[in-house]
Every structure is written in C-alpha cells, then in structure tokens.
Design a protein around this ligand. Sequence first.
Ligand SMILES: Nc1ncnc2c1ncn2[C@@H]1O[C@H](COP(=O)(O)OP(=O)(O)OP(=O)(O)O)[C@@H](O)[C@H]1O
Ligand SMILES: [Mg+2]
Length: 330
Amino acid sequence: MSDPYYGNGQPLVGVSHLKKYFPVRKGVMRRVVAQVKAVDDVSFEIKPGETLGLVGESGCGKTTVGRSLLRLIEPSDGHVEFENVDVLKASKGDLRRLRRNMQIIFQDPYASLNPRMSVLEIIGEGLRVHKLTSSTSELEDRVRELLDRVKLDPVYINRYPHEFSGGQRQRIGIARALSLKPKFIVCDEAVSALDVSIQAQVINLLMDLRDEFGLSYLFVAHDLSVVRHISHRVAVMYLGKIVEIADTEALFASPMHPYTRALLSAVPVANPTAKRERIVLQGDVPSPINPPPGCPFHTRCPVAMAKCKTEVPPLKEAGSGHTYTCHLDE
Ligand SMILES: Nc1ncnc2c1ncn2[C@@H]1O[C@H](COP(=O)(O)OP(=O)(O)OP(=O)(O)O)[C@@H](O)[C@H]1O
Ligand SMILES: [Mg+2]
C-alpha cells in the first residue's frame, strides 16, 4: 500500500508482554478462584500512519487488547508506550494528554452514543472537557466542520442519535473520535454491525481520514476481507496470544500458522476457479481460564504433532517482519 506516512520512523505505539487476566470470583467472600487469561503476553508495534489489523475468533482477546492500550481496562502486566511515554505508568495529567491522542470507535453504533445527548453535545463533549474552544459559537462551528468531514449534513447538529441510521451513527462516532485531533484510533469492529454496502462507505471514510491526518489505527475485525482492504499489517490472535503477524500481502499470500491458514481458507476468493481447500476447524475455542498446555492451538490443529501438546512453540521468522509460533518444519 502506498501512502506518504506509512513506515516512517519510530513506532507510535509499542506494546510488549501485555497481559490481562480477569479474576473469576466465587462465593459470599468473592474469593478469586481462577483467572481468565484474556490477553497473555502480547507484543507488537504500530508506526505513524500505519494500520494494524487484529483478527481471530470471538473471545480470543481482541477487544481486551484494544481497551488495554487506552487503559479503559487496566492491564495486569506488560508495557504500553505511546510516543515513548509509558502509558501504564502515566500520571492523571499525562493520561489526559494521552487520551486526546488515543481514541476508540466501538462496534455498536446504537449502544455507543448516549440517546439523551444531541449530536452537538456528543461530538462537542471532548472539546468542551479539554477546553479547546473559547465560545459556544466556536464549538458549534467546529462540530459542523467535523460533521462535514465525516460526510454528514451539518444541519443535523441538534438532532439525537435515534434519528440516524446505523451508518450515520457510526459517522457520528468517528466525528467524536476525531474531535480532539488524535494520532491513534482503535477501531473495535467499527463496521461489523453495518450492512455490507454501508461498511464499504465507512471503511473508505476511515481510509481517507487516515491519509489526510496521518492517523494510525488498530483495526479489530472478524471479517478478513475488510481487514485485508484497510490494513498494512495483520496480527492473528488465538486464546490471548498473537500466533502470527505479517505484512498484509505476505500473510494472505503465504500464511504460516495452521490457525491463520484455517481462517484464510474461509475467506471467499475473487477467482472462484482458483483451487483452495477449505479447512474446517473442529470444536470450540478452549476456555481461556485453562488454556491447553504446549501450543494453545493443538487441540484443534489439523497437523498437530506429539510435542505440540507439551512444548510451547518457538517464535519463527518467515520473512522480514513476518513471525509466527509453531512447531511445524523443525
Ligand atoms: N470484564 C471481564 N471479566 C471477565 N472476563 C472477561 C471480561 N471481558 C472479557 N472477558 C473474557 O476475556 C476473553 C477475551 O474477551 P474479548 O472481548 O477481548 O474477546 P474478543 O476477541 O474481542 O471477542 P469478540 O470477537 O467476540 O468481540 C473472553 O474469554 C471473555 O469472556
Ligand atoms: Mg471484541
């Protein structure tokens, strides 16, 4: 993908050994009896202007990663850096500044907007809280500008969320995220709830905004064709771990991990005569309370060997920036 920002300089976001364990409590004493290992030792970087796709089956920890980066969830362990500032150790003041630069767009355009707030209040809230405008008319002008930028008619400024369609609400959510001129946005299934034709429009809007403002995205989604379209690189998660990460083209052309291969085999291809075998994964994702020993994927892997059940697979390199964790071909 060619755009002016991609790949330049230092990482904007650096994540290393990130963990989030949710305690499971029981009984009247609410004693902790187990831990849900939602995110278990995840590391990656995102460069300025770069979009990293994050894929994997439901429950593998994608949302937990996204929210941990913004500290909407407190991670249990690991490091998150944003422009070399330690996000997890940030003071309240630092966090306020960081939050201006790091925003999130949620999946459900119906649940994520307060029904009692007008468009002006929703989009203008951040500007007001951070005192970025000096008068009501300046605030209104700025909100009108933002509406225009996400291709919504500024005459809607005093309307309420229920008066809009799903795609329009998602545009309101995008305008809200943009209001503080962030550098980084987590898009958590931002288009998953929308009709396919509307999805394409919102994706194109996100790509235009990225190019215009040099934004970086962590783009979380189930739909691999959407992820392929928007992402420079893609990380594949399984049971709280990244099992493969690569440039988008490399990942789709030569997936190395059997889990990635299975996920990709379910994506419709443009040329239906091209031969590709559908790999159907058996069974459900095991519980993250008790992940399988060895390779966490071994219980469902079509090519698992004896040692996959006991030995944690090593991190291997398949090419520049293309890594995966698997015992195959050793
Ligand atoms: N607040 C919480 N308390 C306990 N467990 C949680 C909590 N939030 C998430 N989990 C668990 O952590 C694991 C990862 O959840 P997460 O929502 O991050 O997955 P996901 O990949 O975003 O799934 P989906 O594709 O369905 O959105 C799941 O097993 C989930 O049940
Ligand atoms: Mg999720």
